[in-house]
Design a protein around this ligand. Structure first.
Ligand SMILES: [Zn+2]
Length: 132
């Protein structure tokens, strides 16, 4: 499985709260070359992962994933589980083999933006309730 991930910009679109060391809304572009399950949805191709802490503060799903060619409607949304991780200079996604499916298939377990000391865990993977 080859995952191509590159940061397309960490954009502070909303006012950044005083204590925050990361902008409220962050993005990364990812290319999945094999099928990747997120909850009940299968993704393959180019996507934009967007995380928004303001949305989280309003009780809405903090993570939206959009097809790279259509950013109007997310293909997947979920409430992530925040995980402490060493700060990384590069954005990354973490995948696990999906043994429920024949062939090359993966589960997204978490993602992390460049420069952040937090990763964002996908629910249903690490003992938190599954995506609804
Ligand atoms: Zn989150």
């Amino acid at each position: 499985m080859r995952v191509l991930m590159f940061l397309i910009g960490t954009l502070a679109l909303a006012a950044v709260s005083a204590a925050a060391d990361a902008p409220a809304r962050e993005y990364a572009k990812v290319t999945f070359t094999d099928p990747v399950w997120i909850g009940g949805t299968v993704l393959m191709g180019e996507y934009i992962i967007e995380h928004d802490t303001d949305r989280m503060a309003r009780g809405r799903p903090c993570t939206h994933i959009y097809a790279a060619r259509d950013r109007r409607t997310p293909v997947v949304t979920f409430h992530c589980k925040h995980l402490r991780r060493p700060t990384s200079g590069q954005a990354s996604v973490t995948l696990r083999r999906n043994y429920n499916v024949v062939g090359h298939a993966y589960l997204l377990t978490e993602f992390q933006f460049a420069g952040d000391g937090d990763a964002h865990g996908v629910p249903g993977i690490r003992g938190v309730p599954p995506v609804r």
